[in-house]
Write a protein that binds this ligand. Structure first.
Ligand code: ATP
Length: 261
């Protein structure tokens, strides 16, 4: 059941999922997932290890085909090259295949590469501006392998923001970063939210991102067990976080490839 605040109900969603199911070969992982994400909204997806959070991201990012259901992006029911252009994806870390010896600037510029996306001209200027947005301009020439976890993450956020996305998707953004970096992350996301970007976060814990989260979607065994405004969970927040923590243990590397979007 989709619950909407009266404000949200008046606006068309940026992303709308209806009764989505998905499988790996013959094993069904996601069952009947529905949610809406509006402009300037932050949706946090929580749930225990293996419940299907990364799989849901893969479906949303057009990497894994759905078995059934519908995902509408920006009013369009098909994932197209122009959809990709409006979506920024932030993985946890760069993988080997993504060219990890690249400099911060090269990594951010790679966010503008892709068929039918942006031309070569102006890439550097846009990439530097994106690094500036996340407070990393002075590190533009450094190899990402030499950056701290939080700095590395900010470069990946810049790579997503360089597209000026309408939708930002982040996989476990609090994993492996210290509390100062987590607070910087909260500030960056808050600015994006204020600018109208819709944000989907896969989390194991609300942490210091709680203040920017609007909606919670809790998955268990591939199904939505809770969905609604964060305020509705006020009396159960600790319980939900403790539950996710207890079941999650150490976070694992994302299954999603970095930098292909
Ligand atoms: N490529 C794959 N092929 C087959 N099964 C997979 C594949 N990727 C994930 N799975 C299985 O799908 C289920 C959901 O995995 P998924 O990675 O989506 O969970 P998750 O909630 O993101 O877990 P975590 O919190 O550990 O990252 C798990 O049982 C997992 O083993």
């Amino acid at each position: 059941m989709i619950q909407k605040s009266s404000d949200s109900a008046r606006r068309a969603p940026l992303v709308s999922a209806r009764s989505v199911s998905a499988s790996y070969e013959t094993t069904q992982i996601l069952k009947d997932i529905s949610f809406d994400l509006h402009e300037s909204e932050v949706l946090a997806i929580l749930g225990p290890n293996g419940c299907g959070k990364s799989t849901l991201l893969k479906v949303l990012l057009g990497i894994l085909a759905k078995d059934h259901g519908q995902v509408t992006y920006f009013g369009d029911q098909k994932w197209r090259p122009r959809t990709a252009k409006q979506v920024g994806y932030v993985p946890q870390r760069l993988t080997q295949g993504a060219g990890i010896s690249a400099t911060a600037l090269e990594v951010v510029e790679s966010g503008l590469a892709g068929p039918g996306l942006w031309g070569q001209r102006g890439r550097r200027t846009r990439a530097l501006a994106a690094l500036e947005q996340v407070g990393m301009a002075e590190h533009y020439h450094r190899p990402v392998t030499k950056l701290s976890g939080g700095q590395h993450q900010r470069v990946l956020i810049a790579r997503a923001l360089v597209r000026e996305p309408k939708l930002l998707v982040m996989d476990e953004p609090l994993a492996g970063i210290d509390s100062a970096s987590a607070h910087q992350l909260a500030q960056i996301l808050e600015k994006q939210k204020a600018a109208g970007t819709g944000i989907i976060l896969v989390l194991h814990d609300l942490g210091c991102l709680e203040s920017i989260i609007d909606q919670l979607l809790i998955l268990e065994a591939g199904q939505v067990v809770e969905y609604g405004p964060l305020a509705d969970f006020a009396d159960r927040k600790q319980q939900i976080t403790a539950h996710a923590h207890a079941l999650c243990g150490e976070t694992e590397a994302s299954h999603l490839p970095g930098g292909h979007l």
